[in-house]
Design a protein around this ligand. Structure first.
Ligand SMILES: CC(C)(COP(=O)(O)OP(=O)(O)OC[C@H]1O[C@@H](n2cnc3c(N)ncnc32)[C@H](O)[C@@H]1OP(=O)(O)O)[C@@H](O)C(=O)NCCC(=O)NCCS
Length: 175
């Protein structure tokens, strides 16, 4: 496994749009998502325009130096934000860097959320069977705040909600 890189989050630009679609359509990301079909170019373009027009949505590209490695999406609400992310699975697997980059992206996300963005809480959701994600979040101090059932492509799935407050984060990572 490679060393854990330092990841920076920069604002996404229109030039990033097609790259993100390739990442979102990777089988491993679709398996972890609430819809698993391959997203078409038009569908993605419509989503991109909707997100760009929504002041509550902040899309950031996770970069290892000059190399984009993933996307982090914040949806701001009530002083906090809902958070989702996915990585360039193919590129990172080829460089044997998937796990360290995942860890580093989580570090960068928390630093951004509770630093410059000033969120009071970061909330997320993951499929309960996606145990690697849930375990990693718990290691960063997230707690599971609830569960609900939803259909994913017609099949019932358990979704776990998790949350980390700025106060709890600062206790773990003093400034
Ligand atoms: C993986 C993950 C990002 C998937 O999220 P998602 O299933 O796309 O759900 P979101 O809430 O982001 O999407 C909301 C809607 O936008 C749609 N959407 C998301 N991305 C889209 C895109 N690029 N183009 C078009 N539609 C899109 C979704 O289909 C969904 O539509 P709906 O509201 O009509 O159901 C999210 O579950 C997550 O962060 N999980 C934990 C981290 C993880 O496992 N990451 C993957 C491993 S690398």
């Amino acid at each position: 496994m490679s060393a854990v890189p330092t990841i920076e989050l920069r604002p996404a630009q229109d030039a990033d749009r097609d790259m993100i679609l390739g990442w979102r359509n990777h089988a491993a990301v679709r398996q972890a998502s609430f819809t698993t079909h391959v997203i078409a170019v038009d569908e993605h373009a419509a989503w991109w325009s909707r997100v760009a027009a929504d002041d509550a949505r902040q899309v950031r590209i996770a970069c290892d130096g000059e190399t984009p490695v993933g996307v982090v999406i914040f949806t701001e609400r009530d002083g906090g934000a809902d958070w989702s992310f996915y990585l360039d699975v193919d590129g990172l697997e080829a460089r044997r860097a998937l796990l360290p980059t995942w860890i580093a992206t989580e570090v960068a996300t928390l630093d951004h959320a509770f630093g410059p963005a000033g969120y009071t809480e970061l909330r997320g959701e993951a499929l309960a069977r996606n145990s690697a994600v849930v375990r990693l979040h718990e290691r960063f101090g997230f707690t599971v705040t609830g569960e609900y059932q939803r259909e994913v492509d017609g099949e019932p799935e358990t979704v776990r909600r998790y949350s980390l407050t700025a106060a709890a984060y600062r206790k773990e990572v003093p400034a």
